[in-house]
Design a protein around this ligand. Structure first.
Ligand code: AMP
Ligand code: ZN
Ligand code: FE
Ligand code: FE
Length: 279
């Protein structure tokens, strides 16, 4: 069984529609199970479910929530929760609001440096998305200044990445609270790519212990942003704390290079999948 538990559609910053994503998952990547985990939004679920039922692939309905712990950004995967839970939906609306309010400030910073794109330019690249993200800003810059910025990554490097010249912080949910909200809404919580950046302040074993107490179910270990050493150490922490180990592509369609972020490029073991969803 081939299982990929972390992908993005154009309802956030991927480029496939939810149905295209599900179709590609089955027909191109040969997956049996795919999770749709758009950033801070569940608006793609219905379309993805309809497509999954039509072509015969198991859809896991998920999300990737922007959170923070100790001042640092942490991405939290949530699965199969009640999408109408009032407390959770209120917090997600707050996170999406923070995405949109920082946008004008990022554009001002870029304009100060001589790169002028308008809110409308960005909006054209995020028409299908529940909220804007840095990749949509990047797309607008790639379109207007292709020689300076040939692709999304060129805009992130030194400009939009954390601490970059045009980077502006935004609201994110407190991590422990977000885990609690997912669990209270009947869902599962898995930390996404925990050591993808700034290893020095990465989530430590002690922090994972606290997160287990908050209800954490698993750790995404097999991810393109982790080194082999990261994976080995994270696998040990998961084993010691009795957490499920997942693996996934973090596919963004054309928005991220494939490989290493191609659909099914990293996968979850069937046994771990069954344990996570109590099958
Ligand atoms: P935001 O959600 O606005 O904070 O932007 C973060 C998103 O940008 C993440 O989903 C990443 O997948 C994406 N991202 C980060 N770095 C890059 C990069 N170098 N190239 C393309 N996308 C990136
Ligand atoms: Zn993304
Ligand atoms: Fe992420
Ligand atoms: Fe992601």
């Amino acid at each position: 069984m081939r299982i990929d538990l972390h992908t993005h559609s154009n309802r956030s910053d991927g480029t496939d529609t939810p149905s295209e994503l599900v179709r590609n998952a089955k027909q191109i990547a040969g997956l049996d199970v795919v999770a749709l985990t758009d950033h801070d939004a569940t608006v793609g679920w219905d379309e993805a479910q309809t497509a999954a039922d039509q072509i015969g692939i198991t859809l896991v309905r998920g999300i990737e929530i922007s959170t923070h712990y100790d001042g640092h950004s942490v991405h939290l995967l949530g699965y199969e929760f009640d999408p109408h839970d009032p407390a959770l939906t209120a917090e997600l609306a707050k996170v999406r609001g923070g995405r949109d309010t920082r946008l004008p400030r990022m554009l001002e910073r870029l304009a100060d440096e001589g790169y002028e794109v308008s809110l409308e330019d960005v909006a054209r690249h995020s028409v299908h998305a529940a909220a804007s993200g840095r990749p949509h800003v990047a797309d607008a810059l790639v379109e207007k200044y292709p020689e300076k910025f040939p692709h999304r990554s060129a805009v992130f490097a030194g400009w939009l990445n954390d601490g970059g010249r045009a980077y502006v912080r935004r609201y994110s949910a407190p991590l422990v609270q977000a885990i609690g909200l997912l669990k209270a809404a009947g869902g599962l919580a898995v930390i996404a790519h925990p050591w993808s950046s700034s290893r020095s302040h990465g989530l430590t074993r002690e922090v994972f212990e606290e997160l287990v107490d908050a209800g954490l179910d698993g750790i995404e270990v097999d991810h393109a942003d982790h080194t082999e050493d990261d994976k080995q150490r994270l696998r040990q922490i998961a084993a010691d704390l009795d957490l499920v180990v997942t693996g996934s592509s973090d596919y963004h369609g054309q928005g991220k290079p494939q490989p290493p972020y191609g659909l099914g490029g990293h996968t979850t073991d069937e046994e771990q999948y069954r344990r996570l969803f109590d099958l």
